[in-house]
Design a protein around this ligand. Structure first.
Ligand SMILES: Cc1ncc(COP(=O)(O)O)c(C=O)c1O
Length: 358
């Protein structure tokens, strides 16, 4: 019991998910998205476990530097590119691949006076309206990048899907059509699919896929579970019971007294709270696995504790193992009780939660 809450990371599940993704990707290469501390799973251990990935993608330069410092030699793509000359120098020094999505980034490359040749991913905005050149701006951006000196090592093209997780695939088809139109006649390698694009119904036809959530065993869809997609949960957020108490009919539990016992109850106090990244708005009734059996969360989430109604379970005691999400309790199910998405719960696991690799 020296380690109460911990995020157990199943590296076999990570590799299983990568294999599942590869089968689904039909020969496309896999760029494993490991930004945001590998969605909370630990940047370095995740990248090391995914040695078979064809490349890694990160959002920030610092994430790329951390990967290189850990000895990762695969290509590393900076999904947002760089914004300052000194960052371009770092990019050259560490051999990062660059996404270019803004004219200012082209200027930066035009003004670069070093000898490095960059692998450049040009991002086309096909409807997400976040990053990228609009289709009508793309030919000019491409021409400028083609004229760079030294010449780019390679040019590739990408876009990002806004609604691939939805049942209605109209927007995905529109984005695909815009991308195809903008890139028609060009022979550069392309990348479109995130996890939802990869497992969705629309055939996207990419040379590279860019899964994040699916690698970690999460389903991006409301109506299809990760098990249905053949994915295994990678993170199990485990902890244990630190107290139990009998609560008489009419008594309340926790801050604000928001839960009142309608009959004599047994409550387990579990070592996990918003200080660990457990969403404070988790609804009453959220399932918690107590020694493998589901029991409902009651009352408010505190900083270090939650309360669980274990009246219907036998033998719950101090030290009884608890799972908040993971094997047997999909993170996407818990996300619904917090009115959020699995991404936010996984990324939100706090610094004080130790990662335990298995
Ligand atoms: C540009 C880009 N590609 C791929 C991904 C991976 O998305 P997902 O985790 O849904 O697979 C992300 C994540 O936000 C992204 O920003």
């Amino acid at each position: 019991m020296n380690r109460l809450i911990r995020a157990v990371i199943d590296t076999h599940a990570l590799r299983h998910n990568l294999r599942t993704i590869r089968e689904r990707a039909r020969g496309a290469r896999v760029m494993a998205v490991v930004k945001a501390n590998a969605y909370g799973h630990g940047l370095i251990p995740t990248a090391l476990a995914l040695a078979e990935a064809d490349a890694f993608a990160v959002a920030r330069l610092e994430e790329g530097l951390a990967l290189r410092a850990a000895g990762i030699t695969q290509p590393i793509v900076l999904l947002e590119g760089v914004f300052a000359p000194e960052h371009l120098l770092e990019t050259a020094r560490h051999g990062f691949d660059l996404v270019v999505h803004d004219p200012l980034q082209i200027e930066l490359l035009e003004e670069y006076s070093g000898a490095a040749r960059f692998l450049i991913w040009i991002k086309i905005d096909t409807g997400m309206n976040r990053l990228g050149f609009r289709p009508e701006e793309f030919p000019d951006a491409l021409a400028r990048i083609q004229r760079l000196q030294p010449a780019p090592l390679e040019i590739r093209l990408l876009t990002h899907l806004a609604r691939a997780d939805e049942r209605d695939d109209t927007m995905t088809r529109e984005q695909l059509a815009r991308f195809k139109k903008a890139t028609s006649g060009l022979e550069y390698a392309v990348s479109i699919a995130n996890s939802a694009g990869l497992f969705g119904r629309v055939q996207l036809g990419c040379d590279w896929v860019r899964p994040g959530l699916a690698l970690y065993g999460g389903s991006p869809f409301e109506d299809r579970s990760s098990a249905e997609l053949g994915l295994h949960p990678v993170m199990s957020l485990e902890t244990s019971v630190i107290a139990t108490r009998k609560v008489a009919t009419g008594e309340t539990v926790g801050y604000g007294g928001t839960w009142r016992a309608s009959h004599d109850s047994v409550i387990a106090i579990v070592a996990a709270g918003y200080g660990d990244g457990i969403a404070r708005n988790l609804a009453g009734g959220t399932p918690v696995l107590i020694d493998g059996q589901r029991a409902p969360l009651v009352g408010r989430v505190s900083m270090d504790m939650i309360a669980v109604d274990v009246t219907k379970l036998n033998g719950v005691h101090v030290g009884t193992p608890v799972v908040l999400w993971g094997v047997g309790l999909p993170v996407e199910e818990i996300a619904r009780y917090a009115a959020t998405i699995p991404y936010e719960l996984l990324c939100g696991v706090s610094q004080r939660v130790p990662l335990e690799l298995r």
